[in-house]
Design a binder for this molecule. Structure first.
Ligand SMILES: C[S@@+](CC[C@H](N)C(=O)[O-])C[C@H]1O[C@@H](n2cnc3c(N)ncnc32)[C@H](O)[C@@H]1O
Length: 193
């Protein structure tokens, strides 16, 4: 998947122009503090949301054009939205985050890259920290589609974080973007020490 090309050609079909409703609801109900990483932050809506909730947030995305667009949308957060690879985070990002906020990064990744995603979370989230995810659950590809989003099940999510993490919250949210009703799962995992 050439993400940079998608941003250059404006084919950002996943972008809803606003922060994730289930993530917004979660942060309203569960105040969290500290440094937060938003992997695959795209246009930065969840970075903005995190900052509104008092987190010291960093958005990371592999696509420079996406990052430039995010900085233009949220100029006050320009220093908080950076180009980088969550699979191989820069030294200054390693081990320093209290929270990781997942929103449609995982579902955009080919299944063969999921272990690399998990490794990226392990490298950035401190022991005891929280991985707060709105996970897009996609039982199968729609006819004629190749992904993203790729098929991703609750079983696959459980398997990916079966060791080293404990589930602290898990539910189907009652708020969502139009068209994603019932297809998202809020699952919050605590990294074990
Ligand atoms: C489906 S988009 C979602 C963007 C954003 N989270 C949203 O909800 O609008 C997936 C994003 O992950 C980024 N991405 C893919 N692989 C990445 C990697 N290895 N490191 C950082 N970002 C990555 C892409 O450039 C893209 O912006």
């Amino acid at each position: 998947m050439n993400w940079e090309e998608k941003y250059q050609t404006g084919e950002v079909f996943w972008d809803r122009g606003a922060p994730s409703p289930p993530l917004s609801q979660y942060l309203e109900r569960h105040p969290v503090q500290g440094r937060a990483l938003v992997p695959g932050c795209g246009h930065g809506h969840e970075v903005s949301l995190a900052v509104q909730h008092g987190l010291d947030a960093t958005g990371l995305d592999i696509a420079p054009t996406g990052v430039a667009a995010a900085r233009a949308l949220y100029p006050l957060l320009a220093d908080h939205i950076i180009v980088g690879d969550v699979f191989n985070p820069a030294a200054e990002l390693r081990g320093g985050f209290d929270v990781v906020l997942e929103h449609t990064c995982m579902s955009g990744l080919h299944p063969s890259l999921r272990a690399s995603y998990r490794r990226g979370i392990d490298l950035t989230l401190r022991p005891g920290g929280l991985l707060i995810g709105v996970w897009f659950i996609n039982p199968d590809l729609d006819p004629g589609e190749e992904g993203p989003p790729f098929p991703f099940s609750v079983i696959a999510l459980t398997a990916l974080f079966a060791d080293g993490y404990a589930i602290v919250d898990d539910y189907v949210p009652d708020v969502s973007f139009t068209g994603r009703e019932g297809r998202e799962r809020v699952r919050v995992l605590r990294r074990l020490a």
